[in-house]
Design a protein around this ligand. Structure first.
Ligand code: SF4
Length: 311
């Protein structure tokens, strides 16, 4: 595997594109998030599948699936970024976070578990925060059982688990995420076991467009506010979202958002995760996937605007 290109320089984020011996492409991201310096916070977002079989209605990474990313290929993405920033191997940052969340549903790849299990013996760091985001596909009970074991053994206070449900309406959830999934009840039950008092709450994520049905009162019975927090993220401007007539409705100042108040009334902590709009232009945000649109005629006004440079 070798890195063939990256987005042009930015102080906020860079997307790297690597190619394997079978000419499959993999994207991974380094996010530096000013005003934090790299010694304060450093976030890597890595891919777990080549493509994604889930095909969410708003995600440019879905649609085709060409296999799972091997253990070595997962490690390659991490090592490449560490070598660029911390060539002596010591990851000298207060908060080193890896999100298993670029391309691919991570629960389809058991190598993710092996990397998480080996991580403390592979790398030298001050503080590590693993973060895994899943749509909770059906038939992944084995993955999540093992994840529970690893979390309790190695990351009891630090693991960030996110379930992306996007809608409180079961039918709409199935349209947005068109594969068989765990029910709300299953997610709630699993999370009861996963959560550890004093550790991080489990995140329920909604990427909010004008189409999403979000009725906080309907899900409280499944998702206990004592162990779940709500994350509302703007729907990122992807080609698929645009083709499906979906657009973001979260205001960039993050205020006066009625859904947030309703969640709070139900007892939830709420994060409105706006991030940097520049990241849309770079193409480094969740659901974006640069490679798919190289050489494609379609353009958007507010995303994928940073040219790629050869590495
Ligand atoms: S949002 Fe995640 S699960 Fe859905 S298609 Fe994209 S990568 Fe796959």
């Amino acid at each position: 595997m070798k890195v063939i290109s990256k987005t042009s320089d930015s102080e906020i984020a860079s997307v790297f594109i690597a190619e394997d011996e079978n000419r499959r492409l993999l994207e991974f991201v380094e996010s530096t998030q000013p005003p934090y310096t790299i010694n304060q916070k450093w976030v890597l977002i890595i891919s777990t599948l080549f493509g994604c079989p889930v095909n969410c209605k708003f995600c440019d990474a879905g649609g085709s699936f060409n296999g799972i990313v091997s253990y070595d290929q997962l490690k390659f993405q991490i090592d490449y970024l560490i070598n660029r920033r911390f060539p002596d191997g010591y990851i000298d940052t207060d908060k080193f976070k890896i999100q298993f969340a670029r391309m691919g549903e991570p629960a389809f790849n058991p190598n993710v578990l092996s990397i998480l299990e080996d991580f403390p013996s592979l790398y030298n760091y001050r503080y590590f925060l693993p973060s895994l985001s899943s749509i909770a596909p059906a038939s992944t009970g084995g993955f999540f059982d093992k994840l529970l074991e690893i979390k309790h053994k190695l990351y009891s206070d630090t693991f960030q688990l996110q379930f992306s449900i996007h809608s409180t309406d079961i039918e709409q959830r199935d349209q947005l995420i068109p594969v068989k999934k765990w029910s709300f009840e299953q997610i709630g039950k699993y999370s009861q076991e996963f959560y550890q008092h004093g550790g991080k709450k489990i995140t329920l994520n909604f990427a909010v467009s004008q189409q999403n049905i979000i009725e906080p009162e309907k899900i409280v019975e499944y998702f206990d506010p004592a162990i779940f927090l709500i994350k509302l993220t703007p729907l990122n401007p992807t080609f698929r979202a645009s083709a499906n007539g979906m657009f973001n409705v979260i205001k960039t100042d993050g205020h006066n958002f009625e859904i947030s108040d309703r969640f709070k009334s139900c007892g939830y902590d709420v994060i409105i995760s706006i991030g940097e709009l520049e990241e849309n232009k770079i193409g480094s945000n969740c659901g974006q996937y640069i490679s798919k649109h190289q050489g494609c005629e379609a353009k958007t006004d507010d995303s994928y605007l940073y040219p790629l440079i050869s590495v």
